[in-house]
Each structure stands twice: as structure tokens, then as C-alpha cells.
Design a binder for this molecule. Structure first.
Ligand code: NAG
Ligand code: NAG
Length: 463
């Protein structure tokens, strides 16, 4: 009997709890492993799991949430859960009472930027090939934005750029068409017209040149640049304008002023250092030390305090520079050293009308010549400065959303396929951006929120 019971096939009952416990343990382990796997493959708007762009390397970003579990929780929360429960912008198309005004002349540049695809149109193959140059891909479908990440962007550029796009969706509910586009957030244009003549690749970035196919798009700083304390354009412009009126034209220093960072691999900025002589060249050239400025709380580098000179110099940096808009806003004569790069609005500038062109091959004497001319013709000089400021005033956020709207709409008309988000793309919404933002970023983002427009976008004349 004893022997028989020993060979009984019945499993002893005490084994059940252990099996259940073991299976639970395995399932949990598997789940955790899966979650870990998902988290480690998820690129985010602040750059988790992303390498810096290889074509413009910058230091890896430090993350505050270094604790692995906290980070995993944040990624799951912000990237996977937040947009699911967000309110959205509504897809109800607004009906506008007012008639649309004509768009400013410089919007015509949209047609020139997109001309390379007017015949061929833009296929899936074009977009796929442009990925080589992109930091991320944005797909808008029915008013929702989906982003596929390839590389991290320096500082908070990606965050403020996508924020701008989301504000556009909010500004024109139900009107922004479906679109699939590649975006690079670094400075230099990359799609050389000669090299890509056979198949132009469409890539959006902040600037372009006559020799590139890159499509310029408003840069992040219109919504804010927290790292150097630059607030949204909506806040900066009125402040700079007010600052510019503190001193009358007569009382402004009759000199040309430049303040910036000369150490950005820009030959023209290095050369500008040689013109630093008030009497000899009529110029004062100052070094901006952003590290020092940050330590002192940016007190000495307030943009609105830099309008006390009759002439202000604009020198390109590593590529175009976001400073152009702030310099033009001063109402001083902007001395632009013959630029190689153009951004979306600089195509609206007209020499001797709203700025003064300086010859880079004869730099210091050209600056001196402009300063002497202006001091002998104060009324004309003041007029040029004023028209530069007026131009920037007309470029308010409403205009910028209109530009984005028309650029995206025209681009969308060229697509020969129906955009669908790629499998690896994740939805990005206002709430998910805020979810990743730190406290300072959140303050800057909040203050650049857009509201639905009461007027239709300006009328973009057919070609
Ligand atoms: C574009 O490519 C051509 C041919 O490789 C080269 O000669 C030219 O310098 C390039 N242009 C720019 C702006 O890099
Ligand atoms: C230019 O000259 C001024 C006055 O002489 C000086 O304070 C300033 O540091 C100089 N700028 C540079 C970049 O050396």
C-alpha cells in the first residue's frame, strides 16, 4: 500500500501554489522585460534613447530622471498614455465671417521653395530618401500629429518646434491638411542642388541657401528658447520695440554695434573682430558669453537693452542666426553682412529699404562707409531703421501661423500618396509635450499658446 501511494500519479497539492506563483513571476518578468524593451526603443521629444545627429554632433543630453524606473514610468506615461486621453483640437472646420486679406509678398517664396517638385510631385520614395537627412518625421492625419524619431536635437529645439506645429493645429482647427514630412533641426542645409539634381529631396529645416533644396520653416525661438532666456516672439518683439524708443535717434550712439558669440566656426564673425574700433571703423564689437550671462541671470543680455546704437550689425554664425529678427526689431539701421543663408522671412527684406547690405570682402571699410553715410543722412538712416522694425512688427505670430499653414498646405498638395503614420510613430499632442517639459520649459511653452483664429488665413494667390 505504502509503495503504491508513493507511485500515485497525483500531484501533491502543495505544488499548486508554487506553480501559480512561478507562472505569475514569469508573466511579470516577461511583462517587465517587454516594458523595458519598449521603453528602451522609444525616442522622445527630449531625446531619450536617441543619438545626436551625426551631421552636427553635440554632447549627449543629461536627464534628471536618471533613476531607471522613474524614466521608464515617464516615457510610458508621456509617450503612450497622455495623448490617448487628451482633448484634441477638434476637427470641426470653423466658418469664418471675414474675407481673407492678401498674404504678404514674401509668401511667394513658398512657391519657389516647392518648385523642384511641381512636375515630379512628392512620392513616398522622396520622403523615404529624405530620411537620411532628418532628425524626425512628422505625419499629420486628421488634425493629429505623429512623430517618428531618428536623432536627438540640440537643447529644446525639437520640443519648441513641435510645439509650434501643435499650436498651428490649434489655431486652424480642421484646416491643416494631412501631410508627411521629414524635418532636420540642426543649422546647416544639406540637400545640395547640384548633387541631388536628379532627385530633389524634400527636407524641412530652419534655413536654406540658393544652392540647396532644403525648405525653410520658422525656427523654434518664435515659441521660446529657454536655455538662453529668450521668450516667445509675441513677448520679445513689443519689449524690444519699447526698449528702442527709450532713446531718440539723435541720442543713440552714432556707431555700429554687434554682440554675439564669435566662436562658432564662422569666418565672417572672426573677421568682424578686426573692426572693433570706434573711431577708425565706427564699430563696437562685443563678445557674448552665454555661460557668464546664464550665471548672472541674463541681466546684461536683455534684448530690449541693446537698441541704443544707430546701427546694428548682423553676421551669420555657423549658418543663419536667430538673432536677425531681434536685430531688425531695434529700429536701428541693420547692417547685414552679405548673407549666404536665408530663413523663411528674410526673403522679405529689401536692401536700402529696410536694411543696409555690407560687403564681406571689404568688411571694416564697408561698415565705416555705412556709418558715415547714415550720420550724414540722419533722416534717411532713421527711415531705413524704422522700416526694418515695421517689417518685423508685421511679422507677428498670426503671420507666422499663416506662413506655416500655406507652406504645409502647398506641400501637401504635392504629395502623390495619402499620408499614414508609420508603425513606429507615436502621437504627439500639447499634453505630451508638457508632460516632458521641465518647469522652465513649461512656463515658456504656456506663454506661447495659440488660440483658434477668428479670421481665415490670408489669401495665397494662385501662381
Ligand atoms: C554642391 O555640390 C557640388 C558638387 O559636389 C560642389 O561643387 C558644391 O560646392 C556644393 N555646394 C555647396 C553649397 O556645398
Ligand atoms: C572691443 O573694444 C572694446 C573697447 O575697446 C572692448 O571693451 C571689447 O572687449 C572689444 N571686443 C572684443 C570682442 O574684443
Amino acid at each position: 500500500m505504502g509503495l503504491l501511494s508513493k507511485h500515485s500519479p497525483r500531484t501533491p497539492s502543495y505544488l499548486y501554489p508554487s506553480v501559480v506563483a512561478l507562472s505569475l513571476f514569469c508573466i511579470t518578468a516577461l511583462l517587465l522585460y517587454k516594458v523595458d524593451d519598449v521603453v528602451s526603443r522609444t525616442g522622445t521629444i527630449v531625446g531619450h534613447n536617441l543619438e545626436p545627429t551625426p551631421w552636427h554632433v553635440f554632447p549627449h543630453k543629461p536627464f534628471d530622471d536618471e533613476n531607471r524606473h522613474q524614466r521608464a514610468y515617464k516615457i510610458i506615461q508621456c509617450s503612450y498614455l497622455t495623448c490617448r486621453y487628451a482633448a484634441g483640437y477638434g476637427d470641426e472646420r470653423w466658418s469664418y465671417g471675414a474675407r481673407a486679406e492678401e498674404c504678404p509678398e514674401f509668401f511667394g517664396a513658398i512657391r519657389r521653395d516647392l518648385a523642384p517638385w511641381a512636375q515630379s510631385r512628392i512620392s513616398k520614395a522622396h520622403v523615404a530618401a529624405a530620411q537620411r537627412y532628418a532628425a524626425f518625421r512628422v505625419v499629420i492625419v486628421e488634425g493629429k500629429a505623429f512623430v517618428d524619431w531618428y536623432y536627438a536635437c540640440v537643447q529644446s529645439r525639437a520640443m519648441f518646434t513641435l510645439w509650434g506645429l501643435l499650436q498651428l493645429l490649434r489655431r486652424y482647427p480642421g484646416m491643416v491638411p494631412d501631410v508627411d514630412l521629414m524635418f532636420d533641426c540642426m543649422d546647416k542645409p544639406t540637400v545640395n542642388r547640384t548633387e541631388h539634381e536628379a532627385m530633389p529631396l524634400p527636407i524641412f529645416r530652419y534655413c536654406t541657401t540658393k544652392e540647396h533644396f532644403d525648405i525653410p520653416f520658422p525656427d523654434w525661438s518664435f515659441w521660446g528658447w529657454p536655455e538662453i532666456n529668450i521668450r516667445s516672439w509675441k513677448e520679445e518683439f513689443p519689449d524690444i520695440k519699447k526698449g528702442s524708443q527709450v532713446v531718440s535717434w539723435k541720442k543713440k550712439f552714432p556707431r555700429a554695434y554687434w554682440k554675439g558669440n564669435p566662436d562658432v566656426a564662422s569666418p565672417i564673425r572672426s573677421e568682424l573682430m578686426n573692426c572693433n574700433h570706434s573711431r577708425k571703423w565706427g564699430a563696437q564689437i562685443m563678445r557674448q558669453d552665454w555661460g557668464e550671462a546664464a550665471r548672472s541671470g541674463f541681466k546684461q543680455s536683455k534684448l530690449s537693452d541693446q537698441c541704443n546704437y544707430r546701427y546694428k550689425i548682423y553676421a551669420e554664425g555657423y549658418a543663419w542666426s536667430v538673432s536677425l529678427k531681434y536685430i531688425l526689431s531695434c529700429g536701428s539701421v541693420t547692417l547685414i553682412i552679405s548673407p549666404q543663408y536665408e530663413d523663411f522671412f528674410s526673403r522679405g527684406l529689401i536692401p536700402n529699404q529696410n536694411f543696409w547690405l555690407v560687403d564681406p570682402l571689404n568688411l571694416c571699410p564697408s561698415i565705416k562707409y555705412a556709418v558715415d553715410w547714415g550720420n550724414e543722412h540722419p533722416q534717411e538712416a532713421e527711415g531705413i531703421g524704422k522700416r526694418g522694425q515695421d517689417f518685423m512688427e508685421s511679422l507677428n505670430m498670426d503671420r507666422i501661423y499663416e506662413y506655416m499653414f500655406h507652406l504645409i498646405s502647398e506641400y501637401s498638395k504635392l504629395l502623390d500618396f495619402k499620408p499614414t503614420p508609420p508603425e513606429s510613430a507615436l502621437e504627439v499632442c500639447v499634453e505630451s509635450v508638457l508632460c516632458y517639459a521641465d518647469e522652465k520649459q513649461r512656463t515658456f511653452l504656456d506663454r506661447s499658446t495659440a488660440y483658434p483664429s477668428e479670421n481665415p488665413p490670408c489669401n495665397f494667390k494662385p501662381a
